[in-house]
Design a protein around this ligand. Sequence first.
Ligand SMILES: Nc1ncnc2c1ncn2[C@@H]1O[C@H](COP(=O)(O)OP(=O)(O)OP(=O)(O)O)[C@@H](O)[C@H]1O
Ligand SMILES: [Mg+2]
Length: 345
Amino acid sequence: MLLGKDRVLGIDIGSSSIKLVELEQYGSAYQLRSIGEAPLPPDSIVNKAIARSEVVSHTLSTLIDDLEIEADDAAISISGDPVLIKRVSLPKMSDAELKKSITWELEQSISGGIKEVNYDYQVIPGKSTRDNIDVLIVAANKNATKDYISLVTGVGLNPVIVDLDVFSLESMYEVNYPDSEGLLALINIGASVTNINIMENGESVFARDLPIGGNKYTHLIMAEMDLTYEESEEVKHTQRVGLTDPGLKQFAHKFIDSLCFEIKETLDFFSTTHCNEKLQRIMIGGGSSSIPGLKDALSEITHCYVGVLNPFRKIVYSEGAFDPEYIEDLSPKMNVAIGLALRKP
Ligand SMILES: Nc1ncnc2c1ncn2[C@@H]1O[C@H](COP(=O)(O)OP(=O)(O)OP(=O)(O)O)[C@@H](O)[C@H]1O
Ligand SMILES: [Mg+2]
């Protein structure tokens, strides 16, 4: 059993809510220890930068107290605007030359230059030819990252892992779907960002964050039905089992069409530039994946099977301690937080 220092609290700071998950490991099995979500006012996180740190900090510390969290260490992740993810193909070269080339690539892509980011890169296994190597580069804005770290230290936790949402998704997937093979896309549709991670035989070969999510749908409802943000969110949630209002159905389709179009463009870009194999499966998650009609529309436009991610597939929980209906309700939004809670310090 992993106890104390080996356990990290997964904290997913989303633009619509903060999600927390704490797991306990028994051999290769995982058990849920704590889980919870607390909503954030709409202007707290703007373009995935922390805009109102006191509000976000208060929401986080209240949630930690309510859930009686005992962990000292936390894993967090960032996404969207502060993050750059790029796949490049380069001629075969030495490690030192590769480092220089990556620096050059980043200088070209980041307006303020490389000094503004923390970055890392990885040669994609199995993708190198005799003459070329494919590399996945990730960079995160230093100021934005610092704000997320300060938030966590401010509530008395050690941020031992700072990941990206797209890769937390992958950590969640590896544990819950251990025998996954072939080419598949994990797509997490949140409030302001859609994270896409394309995996081939268990390895990430492409990743991207699209600046679109359920907020776009909320804003459509606000404008067309003359409602506040809170009222529009309420409308989205109460209509979850089926869209009966014809007006609402129209806004949902408008949102679904634009989202599916952007996802398809990204998948097509990947196919034309990096891979001519056919995608075998798309697995969706994130709060906005629950919008009725979205799954079928995505399947239709991509001509691909679309399934729903279950972050609790291999995680057990006591039904006495957690109401299964509550877990089922939270499940789509918990992919990133569970991926983070699965990380080792
Ligand atoms: N049942 C539902 N039907 C429609 N939309 C829903 C439903 N449940 C949640 N949503 C929407 O999902 C979004 C929240 O999802 P999620 O928690 O994954 O996002 P987030 O992590 O806060 O945001 P991001 O990662 O983009 O910063 C909101 O836009 C919310 O309105
Ligand atoms: Mg999110």
